[in-house]
Design a protein around this ligand. Structure first.
Ligand code: C2E
Ligand code: CA
Ligand code: CA
Length: 725
């Protein structure tokens, strides 16, 4: 601020706020200077010697010290040194005597702001004070700006350094020019050793190729790398690169350019990137995958994983060609143990039994717990009937030894059914079914025994043929029907959708559930026309409900793999919707995750096409397959249908609870709708609600209903489901 340019009143105010300490030993002189300055409007205090001045300076803040160099006791020079050394925030104007030669210049060297030599004109004094005060003010302002800059610099450094993420910059050749300290705790490198190193030095070997243009992305804006998963190498304790240890991270990176219109190659300066540790999430996913494919009590594979391994064995055996065996095992007296001694003993017994069976097996065999006291066993190396029989005999013998559980000596035997590929079946479902039939036979014949499957064991074979031909006729003669099961948002009581479930009014066997004929329809290919019929029928019903102004609900239709793989599927669906004047949003397509994973290249574009028509996509029986959630989130999926089996397992201590809550939080973080299937009890419902899963389907709310009954269900007051809340 230049006081010369100030308005008169501003100048007055500026003077009045300038505090001056006058250091002068001659009282007469001091008085007259003070009067003079006060006349000009300054605020003046006086000190008679150096010591008093020092005291005052320590106590108060002065803008200017007017210092007479000729003082008794502490000299003016000493006081000046004291002020400069003490970093007092004040300007010093030195007044030297007529005879004191160059002591004024000397004072300037020592840190005074200005000096006047006696005698001086009053205006000279005032100008010097004003100049010093102005300089003083500027200095203060600068100091403040500087300290704010330092603060903000510190803050930025703090933010970058304390970030939970790894923050880095690469130069244009891909070498580190900056990394924050996080690298030390995350990967075990020192910051200093990375600077100048090429980024590829810390990329996990298997991801090198994949990371080539990613870590050092040159793109900016929307096209820059977003949330790309990658693995980074960790350093082990000895300081060597530990190739086996890695850290999964998610990278966001973009190019940095020198200022200019558009990012041109010659302006490329390097890359700025952030890598986030996602090992927690990965662990959660692995846990979910493990829990979804294993039985938690015995840690054996579950039925789903078993089926997968069996399917693999079948396709291998088909190519080689080769023969193998599977077994279905059912403990004979387990239920009694459970009922009389309690679940705890029952669980321990199952664990011991599992270990004993495993002890009879070879590497490469798969023992799975199929639920309750049932096991399934895949013996890919049992090429001959006698090999399989040998294993069965070994297991029977091993289980005949008593089990000691707690204080109890228990006896458990097992009934075993065997089926051979390809003699007894050429596909997984048939093999399992027939091993199961053989097991029942063994049980019926007195237990503690094994049986191979024989055709005369059941009537299923003849059924199969007759069902298949019956189904063709049934389609023509309208014996099929569609039932609807409501999906309810229990937080509002609103019906959100109806799942279409096919039924067969068999002329002699009554109403058949899909479980009895869908597998056959799938094997024979009849599922394609049947599925299309269901879709058409469901759309017709929806259109009618809409015409009658019922509350709008979606209809969810199941699609089998074979059906979903049909050429022109999307076309068919869209034209059926058009035919009934329904928008895409009226339909939800239910498919299983295994279908999605089976042939991603084909299914994913198909899903996108459906989604582009507004059709919603639900993953049925979620949790029983092997789709990784991180994969699913890249697909246009709207809903996960949590499989019955997890819901079933929701009870105190049931493994369903931990899986369910893990899935619920993943679904939430991926922004997917979650609906629980097969909700039967209030306990299950309350638990689901407690983890934020409000959409449900199950007998607790309603069984599948005929179209008429379903219509009444939709029309009822949402409040009628309020009792459930
Ligand atoms: P899904 O898609 O998992 O259908 C749910 C099944 O669970 C239905 O059996 C339903 O009746 C049953 N359910 C509903 N609530 C409960 C409950 O609280 N407890 C229990 N234990 N079960 C409950 P449904 O109708 O027998 O259908 C069986 C399967 O048949 C369906 O399983 C679906 O995969 C298939 N399916 C049904 N209709 C069709 C269809 O039109 N096309 C195709 N491709 N498959 C169909
Ligand atoms: Ca379904
Ligand atoms: Ca389901």
């Amino acid at each position: 601020m230049d006081w010369g340019r100030l308005q008169a009143h501003e100048r007055e105010a500026a003077r009045a706020s300038t505090r001056i300490l006058l250091v002068e030993d001659e009282r007469r002189v001091a008085e007259s200077v003070r009067e003079l300055l006060e006349l000009y409007g300054f605020c003046v205090e006086a000190a008679a010697d150096g010591a008093e001045a020092a005291r005052r300076l320590k106590r108060d803040q002065y803008d200017i010290v007017l210092l007479d160099l000729n003082l008794p006791g502490m000299s003016g020079h000493d006081l000046l040194d004291f002020i400069v050394a003490g970093r007092f925030d004040t300007a010093v104007i030195v007044i030297s005597g007529e005879t004191s030669g160059d002591s004024g210049l000397d004072a300037l060297k020592r840190g005074a702001t200005d000096y006047l030599r006696k005698p001086y004109a009053p205006e000279q004094l005032v100008r010097s004070i004003e100049n010093a005060a102005r300089k003083q003010q500027l200095e203060r302002e600068n100091a403040e700006v500087e300290s704010r800059l330092i603060e903000s610099e510190k803050l930025h450094r703090y933010i970058v350094e304390s970030s939970p993420d790894l923050i880095y910059m690469l130069d244009k050749d891909g070498r580190f020019s900056f990394v924050n300290s996080r690298i030390e705790t995350l990967l075990g490198y020192r910051k200093s050793e990375l600077i100048g190193m090429h980024y590829s030095a810390i990329v996990y070997d298997a991801d090198q190729e994949y990371s080539r243009f990613l870590f050092n992305d040159r793109r900016t804006g929307d096209r820059a790398a977003h949330n790309i998963e990658l693995r980074l190498k960790c350093r082990d304790g000895a300081g060597r690169l530990a190739h086996q240890r890695y850290l999964p991270v998610e990278i966001n990176a973009m190019g940095m350019y020198r200022p200019g219109d558009a990012p041109a190659p010659e302006r490329f300066r390097g890359t700025y990137g952030i890598a986030r540790d996602i090992s927690e999430r990965k662990r959660a996913e692995e846990l979910i995958n493990f829990q979804a494919s294993h039985d938690l009590l015995t840690r054996l594979p579950n039925r789903f994983l078993f089926k997968d391994r069996l399917a693999l064995a079948v396709s291998q055996a088909r190519r080689t060609p080769q023969t193998f065996a599977i077994m279905f095992l059912d403990l004979d007296r387990f239920k009694m143990v459970n009922d009389t001694l309690g679940h705890l003993i029952g669980d321990q017994l199952l664990q011991t039994v599992s270990k004993r069976i495993l002890g009879c097996l070879r590497e490469g065999d798969t023992l799975a717990r199929a639920g309750g006291d049932e096991y399934m066993l895949l013996l890919p190396q049992a090429g001959r009937r006698s090999d399989a029989a040998e294993v069965a005999r070994k297991i029977l013998a091993a289980l005949r030894q008593p089990f000691i559980v707690g204080d109890n000596e228990l006896f458990v035997t097992v009934s075993i059914g065997l089926a051979l590929y390809p003699e007894h079946g050429e596909n997984p479902d048939t093999l399992i079914r027939r091993a199961d039939i053989a097991m029942y036979e063994a049980k019926g014949r007195g237990k503690d025994a094994y049986e191979f499957y024989r055709d005369d064991m059941s009537a299923v074979i003849t059924d199969y043929v007759s069902l298949e031909s019956g189904m063709r006729r049934a389609l023509e003669s309208n014996q099929f029907d569609v039932y609807y099961q409501p999906q309810v948002d229990v937080s509002t009581g609103r019906v959100t959708a109806m799942e279409a479930l096919v039924r067969w009014r068999h002329p002699t066997r009554g109403l058949l559930a899909p479980g009895e004929f869908i597998p056959i329809a799938e094997e024979s290919g009849l599922i394609v026309p049947l599925g299309e019929w269901v879709l058409r029928r469901a759309c017709a019903d929806m259109a009618e409900w809409r015409r009658e102004k019922l509350p709008e609900v979606r209809v969810a239709v199941n699609f089998s793999t074979l059906q979903f793989e049909q050429e022109g599927l999307v076309q068919t669906i869209v034209s059926v919707l058009d035919e009934f004047g329904l928008p895409g949003t009226a339909l939800e397509v239910e498919i299983t995750e295994n279908l999605i994973m089976k042939d991603m290249e084909k299914t994913v574009p198909r899903l996108r096409e459906l989604s582009a028509h507004g059709i919603r996509i639900a993953v049925d029986d979620f949790g029983t397959g092997y789709a990784s959630l991180s994969y699913l989130r890249r697909l246009p999926i709207d809903t996960l249908k949590l499989d019955n089996s997890f819901v079933n397992d929701i009870h105190a201590g049931g493994s369903g609870t931990s899986i369910t809550s893990a899935i619920a939080s993943m679904a939430d973080s991926l922004d997917l709708n979650l609906i629980a299937e097969g909700v039967e009890t209030e306990q299950q419902m309350n638990y689901l609600r407690s983890i934020g899963c409000n959409e449900m389907q199950g007998f607790m709310l309603s069984p599948p209903l005929s179209a008429e009954a379903a219509k009444r269900f939709v029309m009822r007051d949402p409040e009628s489901l309020a009792g459930l809340r």
